[in-house]
Design a binder for this molecule. Sequence first.
Ligand code: SF4
Length: 368
Amino acid sequence: MSVIALPHQDQKMAEIIEKVRNGVRLSLEDGVYLYESDDLLTIGQLANEANLKKNGKKVYFIENMSLYFTNVCESYCAFCNFRKDEGEEGAYTLSGPEMIDYVEQHIHPGVREFHIVGGHNNHVPFQYYVDSLKALNERFPEVTLKAYTAAEIEFFSRLSGLSIKEVLQKLQQAGLKSLTGGGAEILSDQYRQKMKVDKANVDQYLEVHRTAHKLGMKTHTTMLYGSIESHEDRIRHMIQIRELQDETGGFMVFIPLSMQPKNKNASIMRRNSAYEDLKTIAISRLMLDNIDHIKAYFINIGTQLTQMALTFGASDVHGTILKERISHAAGAVTPEGLTRKELIWLIKGAGRIPVERDTFYNEIQVFE
Ligand code: SF4
């Protein structure tokens, strides 16, 4: 591995390099400095060093399938193109048996995870969401249920009158094994107000994950970047995740989600640049020293940039997905899923070692 020469001509960058190499945690000021620097290659190389130290050349993927029980939603987040009102053209709510029919038609041997998210549909009771998981779990007991965002869990709590803990326990009894990372957007109440993030606030997002971790669940977490937020907002977001991780150790992966540009209501003028996407992956790797994996999500940044991201700190490329709907509704122009062969090709093409994993990063097969 090549090493960045020190002293770096930029004194502040030299200090950051020393800190990372000596395992000293980066501050808010350091993170903002990295974002304001145009030295992408040094930042990327440093993130690459940090990732190689944690994961070597291994890059993880899973055979999974995305499922969306309902797109009916009581909320109106400004950036969302997925949601529908009840009765609107294209609105749907699948029953457990209807979802099982869909899965039976599309599943293939090897799928080991269902990734389930959806709208906040208040036209059905909380029991609907419990029964949906239960039906899937009974029909496909070998497939891990990674379901619902922290925002959905907070919505279920309001819908049912149960506490967050009680909601999670009922879902666990129905087969829930892990939460998805969505709903974080940018963890700033001011941002959430401006962007009409019409769901769980910052404290509630963090509290749902904290409670899930205390109940023994490992979970995922995200950051939706590329609209009105400042660099400082992004770094503060990462630091809040880092602090919760210090407390619980329950996050397995951090997923920077590049905002998709279709919804003009959300002041999103254009797609993020490749430069911004790579920098965000690299800075995430450097700031989140206590989370094992940073994910490059090909749905939002494309397959070729995902390959590049693997030398900028990323160690996970998500999974086969099959048919992604939320980012595509928001304007993604990428494939809606990839086959296992394509994922292996993607990782090998970047000079890394593909590792098929389960939801919890246990290794299933290493493709040397
Ligand atoms: S982002 Fe989620 S909560 Fe917000 S409108 Fe879309 S589906 Fe509803």
